[in-house]
Design a binder for this molecule. Structure first.
Ligand code: B12
Length: 139
């Protein structure tokens, strides 16, 4: 009897974990965290929890947040060589004149690493923390 209960419990846990992994249109999805930081304009940082399809690009996660959270929006610019450039976040746009842009980073244990490709190419890993930081390229 005890072993039957254990078996039922184990199957239940398995089903729950599978259900957790199959959340986007029946395809496996990976949870990620996305923070928006803008120290240049003294804005309070914000964090969103979302997911990407396994093997899916960061752009998908940004679109998902934009669809579900009214306080998050972004715009893109298409570059003929490198694809999609993140132009603005929450109404704040980078500017050639001010030498500002949205830098895209990955944070792990307090260490920030700059992504080496843009949002249309980067494929986040499970539980990755992506940071969009308004930055300057001026020296
Ligand atoms: C300067 C530069 C920048 C400057 C451009 C502004 C300026 N006016 O200087 C700034 C600091 C904004 C920048 C940002 C980024 N960059 Co950059 N950048 C370069 C660099 C060193 C030179 C580009 C250049 O001036 N070319 C000469 C001009 C005349 O040609 P252009 O076509 O007009 O140049 C434009 C594009 O290159 C565009 N651009 C620059 N970087 C990127 C990145 C992406 C993803 C896109 C779509 C467009 C783009 O901005 C330039 C000016 O308008 C190149 C490497 C290289 N040596 O080419 C990397 C490079 C293009 N950047 C790269 C990357 C990864 C980024 C970032 C994603 C980094 C990050 N993690 O934040 C961000 C973009 C973030 C976003 N908001 O989407 C990669 C792109 C690789 C790829 N396949 O996607 C390159 C190739 C460097 C590398 N890793 O080898 N970048």
């Amino acid at each position: 009897m005890a072993s039957t209960r254990t078996a039922i419990f184990s199957v239940g846990l398995l089903l729950l974990s599978i259900q957790g992994a199959l959340t986007i249109r029946g395809q496996a999805s990976l949870p990620i965290r996305l923070s928006v930081m803008n120290d240049l304009s003294n804005m309070t940082p914000e964090t969103h929890f979302t997911s990407v399809l396994e093997g899916g690009v960061l752009l998908g996660a940004l679109r998902r947040i934009q669809e579900l959270q009214p306080d998050f929006e972004f715009t893109l610019k298409e570059d003929p060589n490198y694809g999609l450039f993140l132009e603005s976040v929450n109404g704040v746009a980078g500017s050639e004149k001010d030498q500002t842009y949205w830098e895209i980073l990955s944070e792990n244990s307090g260490k920030y690493t700059r992504l080496d490709v843009g949002i249309g190419c980067y494929t986040p890993s499970e539980n990755e923390h992506i940071v969009l930081r308004f930055s300057t390229w001026a020296k």
